[in-house]
Write a protein that binds this ligand. Structure first.
Ligand code: IPM
Ligand code: MN
Length: 365
């Protein structure tokens, strides 16, 4: 029996509900597989601001560093929206990414067969399927570049800077190529090299790293064109590697074309040996918080990614993924993915707790 330490950061809004459901699923997996998951809970986000005055207490960072992996719910909410930039709940996420050196954000966007009807694209496009992995650079670019305000002759001005070093691009390029090697060996690098110098360096570096991966077919798209192609021919993408901000935007677009942002998990990874952080890509959804309405599947699928990438338990990860597929095929839906269609399986509306319970039952069958 192996013991694993998992730091849980429930956060704000629907975060606690979806992480509770996910913990229950992990407990059930532990029972079946004979492993032990030891959970410790930490404060971050708005709840941490209320309790300690800061979004990311030092104890949380230390707790995460001591763990094998971090599971995060969501942070943020309207009551903290008017705080100054450095004590907003979102600082907790950026702080964790920076402090743990989580430079690679892996965001799979998959259209589950049972949810094809939830895809807002033309049915002819949806039926070709969508299975893309976004590899988003997470600790550089405009999110972490120099920023500030200054006085000019025209009055006050604010600025944020996009900067990428060769080293930063090389390591995320390798993550992209390695991911492509495990899949269909197609990598699309997204930049804005027709305008930005940082993108020109990005592209040059991608081309150089490509020489180490002759089996991978690399192409490049400008970000504006990429946003169109994702809608026109999503089935032709395999792995997409891009900058911090472009990845933020394109992964939300991909979430929408796969039906619901409530379904998509993510992994944030650093150098080997550092704990990875796993979180649903949806936010804290304050409008439905505490009502047992949130879809826990993105968080549950994030736990599956945790088992695969940080704990090296691929068959346990597959157990969770298969259980989710089965529950969806059986017609169970939270509100965000519930849609009536005469030709499909009869659908049954369920809440957060029941959805997690159903996944647990499906594990055992
Ligand atoms: C995400 C979120 C964050 C980001 C915000 C909340 C800081 O949108 O994880 O995609 O922009 O990275
Ligand atoms: Mn985002």
């Amino acid at each position: 029996m192996t013991k694993y330490q998992i730091a849980v950061i429930p956060g704000d809004g629907i975060g606690p509900e979806v992480t509770n459901g996910t913990r229950a699923v992990l407990e059930a997996v532990a029972k079946i597989s004979g492993h032990e998951f030891q959970f410790t809970e930490w404060l971050a986000g708005g709840i941490a601001i209320d309790a300690t005055g800061e979004p990311l207490p030092a104890a949380t960072i230390a707790g995460c560093r001591k763990s094998d992996a971090v599971l995060l719910g969501a942070v943020g909410g309207p009551q903290w929206d008017n705080l100054p930039g450095d004590i907003r709940p979102e600082r907790a996420l950026l702080g964790l990414r920076g402090e743990l050196g989580l430079y690679a954000n892996i965001r799979p966007a998959v259209l589950h067969e049972a949810l094809a009807g939830a895809c807002p694209l033309h049915p002819q496009i949806a039926e070709r399927g969508i299975d893309i992995v976004f590899v988003r650079e997470l600790t550089g670019g405009i999110y972490f570049g120099e920023r500030g305000r200054r006085d000019t002759q025209q009055g006050e001005e604010a600025y944020d800077t996009e900067a990428y070093s060769v080293t930063e691009v090389e390591r995320i390029a390798r993550t992209g190529f390695e991911m492509a090697m495990k899949r269909k060996r197609r990598l699309t690098s997204v930049d804005k090299a027709n305008v930005l110098e940082s993108s020109r360096l990005w592209r040059e570096t991608m081309l150089r790293v490509a020489e180490e991966y002759p089996e991978v077919e690399l192409d490049h798209l400008y970000v504006d064109n990429a946003s169109m192609q994702l809608i026109k021919r999503p089935d032709e993408f395999d792995v997409v590697v891009t900058t911090n901000m472009f990845g933020d935007i394109l992964s939300d677009e991909a979430a929408m074309i796969t039906g619901s942002i409530g379904m998509l998990p993510s992994a944030s990874l650093g150098a080997p040996g550092t704990p990875g952080m796993y979180e649903p890509i949806h936010g804290s959804a304050p409008d439905i918080a505490g009502q047992d309405k949130a879809n826990p599947l993105a968080a549950i699928l994030s736990a599956a990614m945790m088992l695969k990438f940080s704990l090296n338990l691929p068959s346990e990860a597959a157990m969770i993924e298969n259980a989710v597929t089965k529950v969806l095929a059986d017609g169970f839906r939270t509100g965000d993915i519930y849609q009536y269609s005469e030709n499909e399986t009869v659908q049954q509306l369920v809440g957060t707790r029941q959805m997690s319970e159903l996944v647990i039952q499906a594990l055992e069958t």
